[in-house]
Ligand binder design. Structure first.
Ligand code: HAM
Length: 450
């Protein structure tokens, strides 16, 4: 019997030459954490499943996510639970529950984690995908909207993504949306029977989503549809103008798309989406907007919020299709090859010392023939190899072989970490100098404390 991952799910493995390479994900995740922190966002982690009711209440019953895509199940206590299809509702639930929002303070949080949606799998669309999301709570200033949009673009710049388009829109407050729903229904009503089945179904329940339709006939009818921007209340219109001005002032380009509506019910005011031209149909790498009423709806204080979620799969796939050069694959700086039991024990000790000094090192545990071990060291891209046998231990001297050049040099075995820091002139030179500097500082401090 052999097993495969369930449909629409995938594994991340080291050493893959494509988007499922776990090391590539690590690099991207590191960049995300760094950028989020530079913008003042702090990490939050919530469980991967929640009570089903949370998503119905927040994402909305008529949304695709709630009406057909949730992985819901009854637990052993017959309570309905759902694997989180998105991150905003769980984060708001967590913040409300922990009462951190009660003192009116601003909160800026980010998360990275898996989300689950029962969608028809295709390139760029999976049943488990991963999102990087940010949520800025407590501030209704247009600067907050611009900062959140800028953060996603700054991250994209740092990751080397090109040719992205930012689409923005404002869907106004509750009253302006109601006004617009009527305008849109009046416009579509004469052709209602010709619209796609989905759009006919949405006509009463959620006509705004018709604007999102990819159906060709729907698109034709939508060409002359009224613009939500003409139905905006004056506060939302001013706010939107201000957001645009701020984006202009920092040279973040955007396109106003009055037909951009988001598929989740909690939004109001500014909404946005970042598109790539490299992914075909699933071309949104991230999207978000304001959701000023959600926290109150979930039992918390009436505070405004703004955020986005971005799909890591789509970001990484775009990087690959744009041939972004991330880093060269590197292996350990040093690979130790012990010959005999005594050397094994001594090498294991030195391995630990090297790692304590922050030097990447590995050691052969297999005891296989030297030829095979050397070929393995080559494969994992070790920069240097040291073979340690009885003789080397007795003389306290080892030959360090540089794999690329084949050249060797002799250094002390018992002082391996220090010797490496002093002698090596490799790609890790700066790092080593840094560490040596830190060590010296530590030694000085200790000396003074005595
Ligand atoms: P969303 O637009 O549903 O928004 O998802 C955000 C991003 O997740 C999408 O732009 C896409 O890159 C990625 N994504 C969604 N579904 C899939 C899938 N099946 N396969 C691969 N990638 C996918 C939200 O989830 C909101 N919570 C965003 C937000 C945060 N709004 C305010 N704060």
């Amino acid at each position: 019997m052999s097993y495969s991952a369930p449909k629409g799910l995938f594994d991340l493995l080291p050493g893959q030459k494509e988007w499922r390479d776990s090391e590539l994900w690590q690099i991207v995740e590191e960049q995300i954490r760094e950028t989020a922190q530079e913008y003042g966002f702090h990490e939050i982690r919530t469980p991967i499943f929640e009570k089903t009711e949370l998503f119905i209440r927040s994402v909305g019953e008529s949304s695709d996510i709630v009406s057909k895509e949730m992985y819901s199940f009854l637990d052993k206590g017959e309570r309905s639970m759902t694997l989180r299809p998105e991150g905003t509702a769980p984060v708001m639930r967590a913040l409300v529950e922990s009462k951190v929002l009660n003192d009116n303070s601003n909160q800026k949080v980010f998360y990275i984690g898996p989300m689950f949606r029962y969608e028809r799998p295709q390139a760029g669309r999976y049943r488990q995908h991963h999102q990087f999301g940010v949520e800025a709570i407590g501030c209704n200033a247009p600067e907050q909207d611009a900062e959140v949009i800028d953060l996603l673009m700054m991250l994209s710049d740092k990751l080397g993504l090109k040719n992205l388009t930012v689409q923005i829109n404002s869907i106004g407050n509750h009253e302006s949306r109601n006004r617009f729903r009527d305008m849109l229904r009046n416009y579509l009503r004469p052709n209602l029977n010709e619209l796609s089945e989905d759009s006919q179904r949405r006509f009463e329940s959620n006509p705004l989503r018709i604007l999102d339709s990819k159906d060709k006939t729907d698109r034709k009818f939508l060409e002359g549809a009224p613009s939500i921007l003409d139905a905006l209340d004056s506060e939302s219109a001013d706010h939107f103008e201000h957001v645009k001005k701020l984006l202009d002032s920092i040279d973040r380009s955007y396109i106003v798309n009055p037909q951009l509506v988001r598929g989740l019910d909690y939004y109001n005011g500014t909404v946005f989406e970042v598109m790539t031209e490299n992914l075909g149909a699933q071309n949104s790498i991230g999207g978000g907007g304001r959701y000023d009423g959600l926290i109150k709806e979930l039992g918390g204080p009436d505070v405004p919020s703004m955020g986005f979620g971005a799909g890591l799969e789509r970001i990484i796939q775009t990087m690959i299709s744009q041939e972004v050069n991330l880093t060269e694959e590197t292996g350990p700086l040093l690979y130790l090859v012990p010959l005999g039991d005594e050397a094994r024990l001594a090498c294991f000790g030195q391995l630990n010392e090297l790692r304590n000094c922050g030097i990447s090192a590995e050691m052969d545990f297999t005891g296989r023939k030297l030829r095979k071990v050397m070929s393995h060291a080559n494969k994992i891209k070790a920069e240097f190899v040291a073979v340690v046998g009885e003789e080397e231990m007795k003389n306290d001297q080892v030959e360090l072989k540089e794999m690329a050049s084949g050249e060797s040099r002799t250094i002390s075995f018992s002082k391996l970490p220090i010797e490496i820091m002093q002698q090596f002139s490799t790609g890790q030179e700066e790092l080593l100098q840094d560490m040596a500097g830190q060590l010296m500082q530590l030694l000085n401090v200790n000396e003074k404390e005595k």
